[in-house]
Design a protein around this ligand. Structure first.
Ligand code: SF4
Length: 378
């Protein structure tokens, strides 16, 4: 398969989520919505069900969500609630949500109010995640989630099935992480929107198929010569870089993303699942791999070191911190990350974004000025 065909198949999956869900249901496959971050969708795959992402709806007009949230709630939870209240999750057999920030904790209530028929599975992560008792706690959380998935799907999740599902998800995470490294090695070889679509589509298509496509794409990118690139090598921080028009503006302005720690993108790929005495324990021990995570207790602000180290490894020249409007999680961290990046010689631009935004003139102007500033330093 050629590079363009691979990416088109992924983009098709992103543009036809409802069709995929309906096709799965027609084939007798159970479908469980999963979102937003650190969701153990390995458990869903182990039950023979299809995990489908439930966040990342762009430019949705919010009407129903206003019944459940004040206007100063971030557009991530408002969009999920809007879809839930409009009945867009009606075809799901269940929904598995994590609640890693205060606003997401509200989502565990509003989803039940806006779609009482939807069967929820909520996962709570411990803040002091490096303690051994945090692993014991996660074992209990994941065991409960496993039992709920078994009940929803009517399938017993065996150790063997979970081991195979973890192996598949790990291979896909590794291949997708390798894909991001290749783009850092050969900036400009794909557009920023293509990069985003390759990463995001793993949540909207069969994981096995996504793995096959990414591995094929990686082989092609490895063999391809690096294009001559005179633009700006950029590292992105934050929750997400959507709506995708922002990525198009980055392309237009000559920026190439060479790395990111976006919650919707690379942050879902960077923590390996270690060995353990059982498959559930392996999933639970993943939490101990985490370092410098905005959603979890990070009193020394290791996130700053993680960002600077990643920028150096990827050869980034500048940092784009995309702050989701009303996201206090990132608003607290932004001054620390900015100070650390600037001390390391990396200029930082803070862009406030919303999933629901419709106008991009201001973003265009700010990115243009930022690009000129960086080129002027060379
Ligand atoms: S954007 Fe921020 S406030 Fe909203 S759900 Fe994500 S972390 Fe929480």
């Amino acid at each position: 398969m050629k590079r363009t065909e691979i990416i088109q198949e992924m983009q098709y999956a992103l543009a036809h989520i409802r069709e995929t869900v309906r096709a799965k249901k027609a084939a007798g496959v159970k479908v469980i919505g999963c979102g937003p971050v650190f969701v153990p969708d390995d458990l869903v795959i182990a039950a023979g069900a299809f995990p489908v992402g439930v966040w990342g709806a762009e430019k949705l007009e919010l009407y129903e969500a206003a019944e459940y949230y004040p206007p100063f709630a971030c557009s991530v939870v408002q969009s999920i609630t809007e879809l839930s209240a409009r009945g867009m999750y009606r075809e799901l057999d269940g929904i598995m949500l994590t609640s890693l920030c205060d606003t997401l904790k509200c989502l565990t209530q509003t989803v039940q109010l806006s779609a009482p028929e939807l069967k929820p599975i909520f996962i709570k992560h411990p803040q002091n995640y490096r303690l051994e008792c945090a692993v014991e706690y996660m074992v209990r959380e994941f065991t409960r989630a496993k039992e709920q998935i078994e009940e929803l799907t009517g399938t017993v999740i065996t150790e063997k099935a979970l081991e195979q599902a973890i192996a598949l998800c790990e291979r896909d995470r590794e291949a997708t992480a390798r894909f991001t490294e290749l783009l850092a090695e050969k900036p400009g070889i794909l557009t920023n929107r293509q990069r985003h679509d390759v990463i995001k589509s793993r949540l909207y298509m069969d994981r096995q198929r996504h793995l096959e496509l990414v591995e094929a794409l990686n082989r092609e990118l490895e063999a391809a010569p690096a294009p001559e690139f005179r633009g700006v090598r950029l590292y992105a921080c934050g929750v997400m870089l959507e709506p995708a028009e922002i990525l198009d503006i980055l392309d237009e302005q000559g920026f190439a993303l060479v790395g990111d720690e976006l919650a919707q993108e690379t942050r879902q790929l960077r923590y390996r699942i270690p060995e353990g005495t059982s498959q559930i324990e392996r999933l639970a021990r993943q939490i101990q791999q985490i370092r410098g995570e905005a959603f979890l207790y990070d009193p020394k602000k290791e996130r700053c070191d993680v960002v600077v180290e990643a920028c150096r490894a990827a050869g980034a020249e500048a940092v784009l911190f995309s702050t989701m409007k009303f996201c206090d999680t990132d608003e607290y961290d932004y001054p620390w990350v900015k100070a650390a990046a600037e001390a390391a010689g990396l200029p930082v631009l803070n862009l406030e974004i919303e999933q629901v935004m419709q106008s991009f003139g201001g973003i265009h102007t700010r990115l243009q000025a930022f690009g000129e500033k960086i080129r002027g330093r060379r």
